[in-house]
Design a protein around this ligand. Structure first.
Ligand SMILES: Cc1ncc(COP(=O)(O)O)c(C=O)c1O
Length: 363
């Protein structure tokens, strides 16, 4: 049986309990638009973390000279809590997010968040916000742990003080249309060998916004990034990993120091292998993929990530307007079969592999 919370939950002040109880769902819910009235906060100084606390959701007082604003020491995670039929909330593979957060922190010379602090924060937030976890199809409580540097001073030095927060947002699906077209980005690059692409560092996303705007102007909903050295090998989308079914094989770019190790990516690979589908993690040359699409050898493409779950990609586009379409997805497409299976596991309707569903209920 999946774990049930055994550590003490953080207390919630009566006025915040009241704020949660009086939450009225807004329509349409959207994604990441509404914030829960409570967040977690812990502070780091003198080499130690304070006890996390549940505090009102409110603006931060940041000194204009603090290091996160100037030198980008800022890392985050994206997670979801789901409502189970039993009424409990459940996190999905939270230990993977913890490990990745701490890998990101190490890359940015920031302190690690102890496991106990992270899990107690997440469990307490999910427990107290249980009435705010939406229950409709594709809905969840989206959770954003983040850490930023707060030392004041313009010298380029690592900060010695940090704040850790977890904010929460009752959310619907990420892509309303349920599928996307992606623009192949041939000029900018998002991540380079030795850089920070394999980590969830705020600056990675800022570096991609210009290309995302261009994609939107071309009628696309995503940017497909190529490697920085050859501008030839597919890496990932701006906020999701890439998969394609080519010649009967499920292919995804190998992880590297410029590709994020997605929790959903790992889950997709395990679920596909569990169905005896051959999976190849290998370098994927964009020209070879486009040739395979033209020859009808690419049966489907999809994007995956916590926010988007698994979203079919119906076409890739070039800046000159050339498009490469794959057959439209149907209920028997691998992307939609895996999506259904993953969501059934996340909401407890189907048994998940050990350790995937982390139920948040009292012992
Ligand atoms: C750049 C990037 N790639 C991939 C992913 C998918 O990762 P995960 O499945 O852990 O959400 C994300 C989302 O976090 C992302 O921002």
């Amino acid at each position: 049986m999946a774990p049930i919370v055994s550590r003490p939950l953080l207390p919630l002040a009566p006025h915040l309990k009241q704020a949660v109880a009086s939450y009225q769902r807004q329509e349409p819910l959207g994604f990441g638009q509404v914030m829960a009235p409570v967040m977690v906060r812990a502070d780091y100084s003198n080499g130690e973390w304070s006890m996390p606390e549940l505090v009102p959701y409110q603006g931060l007082t940041l000194d204009p000279a603090c290091k996160s604003l100037h030198y980008g020491q800022q890392v985050f995670e994206g997670m979801k809590a789901f409502a189970l039929e039993t009424g409990e909330g459940a996190l999905f593979r939270p230990q993977m997010n913890l490990a990745r957060l701490n890998d990101s922190a190490a890359r940015m010379a920031m302190p690690a968040v102890p496991s106990e602090l992270f899990m107690q924060s997440l469990e307490s937030l999910v427990w107290h916000l249980q009435p705010m976890i939406p229950r409709g199809p594709n809905e969840s409580l989206y959770l954003r742990p983040l850490m930023l540097a707060t030392d004041v001073g313009l010298s380029l030095k690592p900060s010695t003080s940090y704040v850790f927060l977890v904010i929460a947002s009752p959310s619907g699906g990420y892509f309303a249309a349920g599928k996307v077209t992606a623009l192949i980005e041939r000029r900018d690059c998002r991540a380079a060998p030795g850089g920070t692409g394999a980590y969830k560092v705020a600056g990675n996303y800022g570096a991609g916004i210009r290309a995302d705007i261009k994609a939107t102007q071309r009628g696309c909903q995503q940017t497909l990034w190529l490697d920085a050295v050859h501008k030839s090998y597919i890496e990932e989308f701006s906020g999701m990993n890439f998969f394609a079914v080519v010649d009967g094989e499920l292919c995804t770019p190998s992880v590297s120091d410029s590709v994020l190790r997605g929790v959903t990516r790992d889950s997709v690979i395990q679920l596909a292998r569990g169905r005896n589908i051959p999976v190849a993690e290998k370098p994927l040359h964009i020209d070879e993929l486009l040739a395979a699409i033209k020859r009808g050898l690419c049966a489907e493409m999809f994007a995956c990530g916590t926010a988007a779950v698994i979203t079919p990609v119906d076409a890739l586009a070039e800046i000159d307007g050339t498009t490469y379409e794959v057959p439209p997805s149907t209920p028997s497409s691998l992307s939609l079969i895996l999506r259904d299976q993953l969501m059934a596991m996340q909401t407890g309707r189907q048994v998940a592999p050990d350790g995937w569903l982390h139920r948040v209920g009292h012992t």
